[in-house]
Design a protein around this ligand. Structure first.
Ligand code: NIG
Ligand code: FE
Length: 415
């Protein structure tokens, strides 16, 4: 199976030399070829270049030719932070917040994550697989080619394992590249409200050994926040997770400055995510670390949070990644095009920075930048073709539109 895309107005995000991530001022650079071609064989990118230098087609056997005149071709987005497996929805809480309650107040009266946990307990594995597949299909059509999915609405050994087994089924059934994250430490379940220590012991001594033996998770994550898990607890849980082969990630500084970034850097987390309350101390700590600072503009927008200092972090030489945080409580959208718009408009990221953040850097945040996140020979053929648009900057500019016309995942046209 071969695909040739020709007459591409702009081939965006090419790399002659593959990099694992892009930092600081380099994020402003986005390599492109005007009037380009791109060749795919089986599931890999095998070549690209200028139409002027194109040698034509010598072998038509099994070849699909796509004319992309006036259209842009980009690497698919990598969405390195989602909670796409969930039951039901929470628009009632959305209305409660409009009427004045805060996210924390809703949690304190048993809503929020605990509301989703209640709903998830009653859902079967098959129901969860089916509803998640619909969401995966939706984000794929919006240009996402790889996605990380977290547990964390189970909050009991049985329900956390159920979520992770659902994610394993999604890996088998969806064409998307999927990474699984164990987020048992998302909240303390209602029945252990006054005994957090017991819940942490269950996470470490009961959940992790089973997850490890079934190899159900690539990453371990903790919601480091007041009323959830402290910096010390976060470190303890993430170090325990490492023993079972799970690389750390952290929900950090979303609602307050709680030590999540420092915890993440200390344990070598691959990413720290949210970052609304990041200050100079965290920026200094991130310098020279392996940890990818990741902003989640959907959640900040939906919860009306202050803006994370994305501009400041990039100006300090750090890389930044963008992910959607798709979940029923704080970001009921996985549309990465919209995430780019929010980052450009509110965080003053340039379109080049936002595209780098949502492709190569978010690929890094899920250990995929060797195979995903850019147009490079030998990488996975995950690309999308837009409708007829003037330039790639038109994507974040035209917020709310879906300009993705054709999506190719693993070398197959899927929409
Ligand atoms: O990333 N911050 C914690 N967890 C999710 C929200 C989960 C929820 O409200 O259901 C987040 O925003
Ligand atoms: Fe999250």
């Amino acid at each position: 199976m071969k695909i040739l895309i020709k007459n591409i107005k702009q081939l965006v995000g090419i790399e002659e030399e593959a990099r694992l991530k892009v930092s600081g001022a380099d994020m402003k650079k986005l390599e492109c070829i005007e009037q380009a071609w791109l060749a795919i064989e089986d599931d890999k990118i095998v070549g690209f270049g200028k139409m002027d230098d194109w040698e034509g087609i010598s072998d038509w056997k099994g070849l699909t030719v796509i004319d992309a005149s006036d259209k842009i071709v980009m690497p698919c987005y990598c969405d390195s932070h989602t909670h796409i497996v969930y039951a039901g929805s929470r628009e009632g809480e959305f209305v409660d917040r409009i009427n004045g309650l805060t996210y924390e107040q809703i949690f304190e009266r048993g809503g929020g994550i605990l509301n989703s946990a209640k709903k998830l307990q009653d859902a079967t594995e098959e129901e969860l697989v089916e509803s998640a597949l619909k969401r995966l299909d939706e984000i794929m059509k919006q240009g996402t080619g790889a996605v990380e999915i977290k547990s964390g609405y189970g909050l009991s050994t049985e329900a956390e394992l159920k979520m992770l087994r659902v994610i394993r089924k999604l890996k088998e059934r969806s064409p998307l590249t999927i990474k699984a994250t164990f987020l048992g430490a998302h909240a303390v379940p209602a029945e252990l409200k006054n005994d957090k220590r017991k819940y942490i012991d269950i996470i470490i001594n009961e959940m992790m050994p089973q997850i490890g033996s079934e190899q159900l998770a690539d990453y371990c994550d903790v919601f480091c926040e007041q009323n959830y898990f402290s910096k010390e607890e976060t470190i303890e849980i993430l170090i325990a997770g490492k023993k079972y082969g799970m690389t750390p990630k952290v929900h950090a500084e979303q609602l307050s400055n709680s030590g999540g970034v420092l915890a993440g850097v200390e344990v070598g987390a691959i990413s720290v995510d949210h970052l609304e309350y990041v200050g100079d101390t965290e920026i200094e700590a991130l310098k020279g670390s392996v940890t990818m600072p990741t902003v989640l503009p959907g959640a900040a927008f939906f919860l009306s949070l202050p803006f994370p200092p994305a501009r400041k972090m990039m100006d300090a030489g750090l890389p930044v990644a963008i992910a959607s945080d798709y979940n029923p409580g704080s970001s009921p959208s996985g549309n990465m095009n919209l995430m780019l718009s929010i980052c450009c408009v509110q965080y003053r990221m340039t379109p080049e920075e936002a595209i780098n953040a949502a492709t190569i850097n978010s690929a890094y945040a899920m250990d995929l930048s060797k195979t995903h996140g850019s147009i490079a020979v030998g990488k996975q053929a995950n690309v999308f073709i837009t409708t007829e648009i003037p330039s790639y900057a038109f994507i974040p500019y035209s917020f709310g539109s879906n300009l993705v016309e054709t999506v190719i995942i693993n070398g197959k046209v899927i929409s």
